[in-house]
Write a protein that binds this ligand. Structure first.
Ligand SMILES: Cc1ncc(COP(=O)(O)O)c(C=O)c1O
Length: 416
């Protein structure tokens, strides 16, 4: 038999995606100016970035990056364990750990790498990883890479998590959840999960990519918002490319765990360290997060304003108190059509479709930023009002919600 071609299989899979109208295309951003982006020569008001605090274009961070690059160059030149670990990295690790109240932090190239690192290093073949079904793709991938048994419980169902833990009381276990869910914007029931983890002797790991800077006292994230700390949640992952407006990630935890990760996590050892100038820029934005609380207050006002307006319009929103405000449309074609109609009105909102979200739960993922004004939010609401997206009776936005969010769908993998 002739050897099958990998490239033919790749092309066939692409053809299937095209037939399903699930092809993905990148839009090229030609220029940005805060919440405005220019694409195909047109100015669009952006409602799909993760720059929740409007820090991605902060002048202080830009100056810090330029100054650091002037001294240290644009690259770290090696992995952390060779000669890529600079003073800026060490300072950022110490400041991040202090900010969230954890003993120690370890920088990673991205959140994706950080999650792979934690799961692959801690878990082995005989171990168990229990995860929320809507956890981010990289938590799922980390468990696959580790080769452990992976069990996924229905979204935010802490009792189901407990039942899954009890199926293997003798297995060393990691219980992993997003703090704020990337495609849904809701918060994990961390208090319940912490109790369960304690009762079952499992290690609780929270990925707070979308919580840092946005929720909790002083923007300390979802663990702090739940009144918890390192004792109940020994491992916490923070991404730097969202509310902190730069790039990279950190894992926070007890000193001995962080030191062990630094010695043995493959996605830490075998990759080039972040450019020190990026660490310098992140430090500037971490300072701004603490010294400019108006950003969080203004953002909270915008979230409330948008939620009120969406309720008045009877839009089928997934309930969320965070800057991630998903408008659930279910049907992929409807979501794409709505995104196109918004773009025609000068607004950039991404339609999120399977496999990023479960089948039947395509949506507009609207995100708000402290860089938006009230007038921006009103403009979005006015455009949405024109699209006829209001709830239809007890449709997908009401009782159909649980199914539409695909609790029974196994392989959905949020990516943003
Ligand atoms: C919940 C969650 N975890 C991890 C990541 C990955 O982080 P990064 O973009 O830094 O790789 C993302 C976003 O991409 C995310 O939404």
């Amino acid at each position: 038999m002739a050897r099958p071609s990998l490239l033919t299989a790749l092309a066939e899979a692409r053809g299937v995606r095209a037939a399903q109208k699930r092809s993905r295309t990148r839009r090229q951003v030609e220029r940005t100016d805060g919440t405005r982006v220019w694409i195909d020569g047109r100015e669009l008001l952006n409602f799909c970035s993760n720059d929740y605090l409007g820090l991605a274009r902060s002048l202080d961070a830009t100056a810090a990056l330029q100054e650091s690059a002037a001294w240290h160059g644009v690259g770290s030149t090696a992995s952390h364990l060779v000669c890529g670990h600079h003073a800026e990295h060490a300072a950022l690790e110490a400041e991040l750990a202090a900010f969230v109240g954890y003993p120690k932090a370890l920088l990673f190239g991205s959140g994706y790498l950080a999650n792979l690192a934690v799961l692959q290093t801690l878990l082995g073949r005989d171990d168990l990883c229990v995860q929320d079904r809507l956890n981010h793709a990289c938590l799922l991938d980390g468990a696959k890479l580790a080769g452990c048994e992976l069990k996924r419980y229905p979204h935010n169902d802490a009792e189901a998590a407990l039942r899954q833990l009890r199926t293997r009381p003798d297995a060393a276990t990691l219980l992993a959840t997003d703090g704020v869910f990337s495609m849904d914007g809701d918060l994990a029931p961390l208090k319940d999960l912490a109790l369960i983890a304690r009762a079952e002797n499992a290690l609780l790991f929270v990925d707070d990519a979308h919580g840092l800077g946005v929720v909790g006292p002083g923007g300390r994230g979802s663990v702090a918002a739940a009144g918890l700390g390192v004792k109940q949640v020994p491992l916490l992952m923070l991404t730097l490319g969202k509310a902190l407006g730069s790039y990279g990630a950190a894992v926070c935890g007890p000193s001995e765990v962080i030191d062990a990760l630094a010695e043995s996590a493959r996605p830490y050892l075998y990759t080039t360290a972040l450019p020190p100038a990026v660490a310098a820029a992140t430090r500037a934005n971490l300072r701004a997060l603490q010294s400019e609380p108006w950003r969080r207050f203004h953002l909270a006002g915008l979230i409330a304003r948008f939620a009120r307006g969406a309720r008045r319009l009877r839009l089928p929103m997934i309930e969320s108190s965070t800057p991630i405000q998903p408008l659930l449309l279910g049907d992929e074609a409807r979501a794409l059509h709505a995104a196109r109609e918004l773009e025609a009105r000068g607004l950039l909102v991404s339609a999120i479709r399977p496999p990023t979200v479960p089948e039947g739960s395509a949506r507009l993922r609207i995100t708000l930023s402290a860089a938006h004004s009230e007038a921006d939010v009103d403009r979005l609401l006015a455009a949405l009002a024109e699209l006829g997206l209001e709830k239809r009776g007890a449709g997908i936005g009401d009782s159909g919600l649980a199914d539409a969010r695909g609790e029974r769908v196994a392989e959905a993998a949020p990516e943003a």
